[in-house]
Ligand binder design. Structure first.
Ligand code: SF4
Length: 498
């Protein structure tokens, strides 16, 4: 079996994912999302920037049709020659790796015989120190798009260090990580070698058994996984507890120990038992959530910080605000507002759209002018992002502080209202889930904010206006979904009897 850096990375993120990559039926995989492709492109640009700034004089391992093993051989030849910086090298270790038995045995504990190991560090950098090549050796550099040196990055970097140790017959060198924006850090090999040993052992056990690791649907972790539809269908059919908002993997473990494995069993369990395991407040909250899902019921929270029937009371003019952004460019390119006029019973959409990144200031000023025209109207939005963006744009473009403060005081975050006031039968509290449960449908089904990020990029590169049109339509629907949610909340809290 071939153990690669990407398999290890997948395993660290989700053991099931690594297992399915090896043993699953690839026809059940989702098509690759545009967003993944965009991330790949962004990563390439980031690597180019790192090379330009730190390692302009690198030697690239020739890209050819040769096998990984042959490419690894070319890499080793470059190492033997003492090339200072090797870009896109391959490290390959198998039972026949021509290293002295003594050296190999040093590392058998971590990398047992019987497997092939392959790593593709972005860079191998020459440093002084004895190795089988002479008085020099190499350490690996990994370049990542993320801003933090995540544990999975450290794990894979240590894997490279371990491969290098075997190949060059040295102790594992200290690997380096470069995250954004051009931030360098070192990995503590002592700490991470023991973690690598543990994880690699678990990984090999998991991958060589027949049994699929159990699934756990988590929005963050599963978001870009191509097994999502496959796993989600199973989770749905099992009424899996990971579909209950608030059930984290560790809480799931606690519930499993007392025999609670489905949404129904959580809803119907003895509350004292649940609260003993999870604590009173959390136990009560999760049981209510499960109850809401099982009986498809909205449940008002007893201790809401808001008087929602007042906050959400109908005003003549109301504004519903949603933003589309391009995080890579730190750009907010669409400030969309639906103006609801209750006198005329109309809803009108105003998209303040930057067709180029340079137009951001212009749309910000247009947006300000527009919202100031209705300066008594509350501005409903969903999530913190709108508030943070108003502050960011205000600072960036020198908007008077008093004006920003007034604008912020008009904001009403419906996401916060919902999560503190009501429990709904949804699998997560995103706008999409909530509005879908309320019967609202986006005109273009299956589209997400990620897709808009890709479309904007495609608009900028191709000039094809249909991408912009799709983004604007999506943004308008987001604003209308926010309006729909507000109406529902207002009705719910004005008719409910506490
Ligand atoms: S969808 Fe989630 S649970 Fe399934 S393999 Fe992917 S990350 Fe793991």
């Amino acid at each position: 079996m071939l153990i690669t850096d990407s398999l290890l990375l997948d395993y660290k993120r989700c053991s099931r994912r690594a297992f399915l990559n090896i043993h699953g039926d690839s026809r059940q995989k989702d098509p690759e999302r545009d967003f993944l492709n965009k991330l790949r492109q962004d990563n390439k640009r980031h690597i180019a920037l790192v090379l330009e700034n730190y390692y302009p004089h690198y030697q690239q391992v020739p890209f050819s049709n040769t096998s990984p093993k042959e490419k690894a051989q070319t890499t080793e030849t470059l190492m033997q020659q003492g090339v200072n910086c090797i870009y896109q090298g391959l490290l390959w270790v198998d039972d026949n790796t021509s290293t002295s038995v003594e050296w190999r045995e040093n590392f058998l504990r971590i990398m047992p015989f019987g497997y092939d190991y392959l790593g593709k560090p972005h860079l191998l950098i020459k440093q002084p120190g004895q190795s089988k090549f002479g008085d020099w050796s190499y350490y690996p550099v990994s370049i990542h798009l993320g801003r933090k040196a995540k544990p999975e990055y450290k794990l894979v970097a240590t894997f490279y260090a371990q491969l290098l140790a075997i190949i060059q017959e040295t102790s594992p060198p200290t690997p380096e990580l470069i995250t954004r924006p051009l931030k360098q850090s070192s990995v503590d090999t002592v700490q991470w070698l023991s973690k690598l040993e543990l994880i690699l052992e678990e990984c090999l056990t998991t991958l060589t058994t027949e049994e699929e690791p159990e699934l756990f649907i988590s929005r963050q972790r599963c978001n870009l996984c191509r097994w999502y539809s496959h796993c989600y269908a199973i989770a749905k059919s099992q009424r899996h507890l990971s579909l209950v908002p608030g059930v984290t993997p560790s809480r799931y473990g606690c519930l499993q120990e007392i025999g609670i494995t489905t949404t129904e069993s959580l809803a119907q369990a003895n509350s004292d038992t649940i609260q003993e395991v999870l604590g009173k407040e959390l136990g009560e909250k999760l049981q209510q959530q499960a109850h809401s899902l099982v009986y498809n019921q909205a449940i008002a929270r007893s201790q809401s910080p808001y008087n929602l029937s007042d906050i959400l009371a109908e005003r003549t003019f109301e504004l519903y605000f949603d933003i589309e952004a391009e995080p890579e460019r730190n750009l907010d390119y669409l400030l969309g507002v639906v103006l609801v006029n209750h006198l005329t019973q109309t809803q009108t959409f105003y998209p303040f759209l930057a067709e180029t990144p340079e137009e951001e200031e212009q749309i910000w000023q247009q947006f300000l002018k527009f919202v100031n025209t209705y300066d008594q109207a509350p501005i409903f939005h969903f999530s913190e992002y709108e508030k943070d963006t108003i502050k960011r744009l205000g600072n960036l473009y020198g908007t008077p502080h008093s004006q920003i403060e007034h604008l912020l005081s008009r904001l009403i975050d419906l996401h916060h209202c919902v999560i503190t006031s009501v429990i709904l039968p949804v699998e997560n509290y995103s706008l999409k889930s909530l509005a879908n449960w309320l019967g609202f449908n986006w005109r273009d089904a299956g589209i997400s904010g990620d897709q808009c990020v890709c479309w904007y990029d495609q608009w900028l590169t191709t000039g094809d206006r249909s991408f912009l049109d799709s983004i604007v339509r999506y943004n308008e629907d987001d604003c209308l979904a926010t309006f729909h949610l507000k109406n529902w909340l207002w009705k719910f809290f004005t008719t409910i009897e506490f």
